[in-house]
Design a protein around this ligand. Structure first.
Ligand SMILES: *Cc1c(COP(=O)(O)O)cnc(C)c1O
Length: 355
């Protein structure tokens, strides 16, 4: 990708990406039902309608069929999120988006360094969006970026995040700002600081090595944990050639222990390991932090208020994943062989106990 426009955070990156693609009132944006709330709330910020779609149970990312069924003549963008450690089916989604003439926004906030068919995550859509918030595998505490191959989009993105200004290509006169005033599109100040940028450039030199450590440890866990009946590590599709682990995620069939959901299993694992084992995101049609009706702008019209009501969507695979999947933050995967033995041992102990 030729162009990278840094932003204050990933949410700002999503916002300027949608604005650069000219998504606005009257448009729908397809958003996974299982993701961080920023994907849907960014759509509300441009007064468009988030259309929530169900996920593929193997990857936990949007399925091609789910997106196909949600496409309408009003679809202004498709937001794809590579969730936890898996990428969505980018061959199928790109073909679908090209046919429909709708841009793909590829959210790689959980996939720094991942690859599909040898191509890096973020280079497969119209724009690639990244977060460098404190929990992510590449971080400066806060931070974001949008990458694109399009010079026109980059020019809009730059102005949208710096009050209509762009970086000067030539060094500025002594004492002058590095920004040139263009004003082709009115933006806001959503810029990244130089201190953040310096931290990220340093972090980038470590990313490949750390990703490799996480990938090796995860492969070991995949093999060992799959030996337990009813325990299934989340897999990636054959097209994904590199995995990047934001969270390590495992599906546990809790019904076999007579449990409604994975909460008791996760609590016991946490106690055993002294490291949090967590449940994954609540689906966005039932998420306490995603309540469009709490925003004044949702009352633009009765029709808009009804359209943004997330409870109108059915997301059975998101619901099932929320009930069954247990997750660990990526720093668990930066441990050594003995740490991985501890994780495997803890799974066995909890499984034996519940069984
Ligand atoms: C973290 C995250 C964001 C939001 O990024 P912030 O930097 O916290 O604003 C957006 N999308 C996904 C998938 C994320 O994981």
């Amino acid at each position: 990708m030729e162009h990278c426009v840094p932003t204050a955070n990933g949410s700002a990156a999503l916002l300027v990406a949608l604005e650069a693609l000219d998504v606005g009132p009257g448009d729908e944006v397809i958003v996974p039902g299982l993701t961080w709330v920023a994907n849907a709330s960014a759509v509300l910020r441009v007064n468009a309608v988030p259309v929530l779609v169900d996920v593929d149970p193997q990857t936990l990312c949007v399925s091609v069929d789910g997106v196909r069924q949600a496409l309408t003549s009003r679809t202004g963008a498709i937001c794809v999120v590579h969730l936890y450690s898996s990428m969505a089916d980018m061959d199928g989604l790109r073909a679908l988006a090209d046919d429909a003439g709708v841009p793909l926004v590829e959210d790689c906030s959980q996939a720094h360094g991942a690859a599909w068919g040898g191509a890096r995550a973020g280079t497969l859509g119209a724009v690639g969006v990244f977060s460098m918030q404190q929990t992510k595998v590449l971080t400066a505490g806060e931070g974001g970026a949008v990458i694109t191959a399009s010079g026109d989009l980059a020019r809009r993105l730059e102005q949208l995040r710096a009050d209509g200004r762009v970086f000067r290509r030539a060094p500025p006169p002594v004492g002058a700002l590095e920004l040139a005033e263009l004003g082709e599109v009115t933006g806001a100040n959503l810029a990244m600081s130089e201190v953040q940028a310096a931290l990220l450039l340093e972090g980038l030199t470590r990313l490949e090595d750390e990703n490799r450590v996480r990938e090796d440890n995860a492969s070991r866990l995949d093999v060992a944990l799959a030996e337990l009946p009813g325990v299934t590590p989340i897999r990636s599709l054959p097209g994904q050639t590199r995995r990047s682990y934001y969270h390590y995620v495992v599906r546990v069939d809790c019904r076999r222990f007579g449990r409604q959901d994975v909460a008791p299993f996760a609590a016991m694992l946490s106690a055993e390991l002294g490291f949090p084992a967590e449940r994954i995101y609540r689906p966005l049609n039932d998420h306490p932090l995603y309540r469009p009706s709490t925003r004044r702008s949702s009352a633009l019209s009765a029709a808009y208020r009804a359209a943004v009501d997330p409870t109108r969507f059915r997301l059975p695979e998101c619901d099932r994943a929320h009930d069954e999947v247990v997750s660990f933050h990526h720093r668990l995967l930066l441990g050594d062989d003995r740490d991985m033995d501890d994780v495997i041992g803890a799974f066995h102990k909890v499984w034996d106990h519940l069984a």
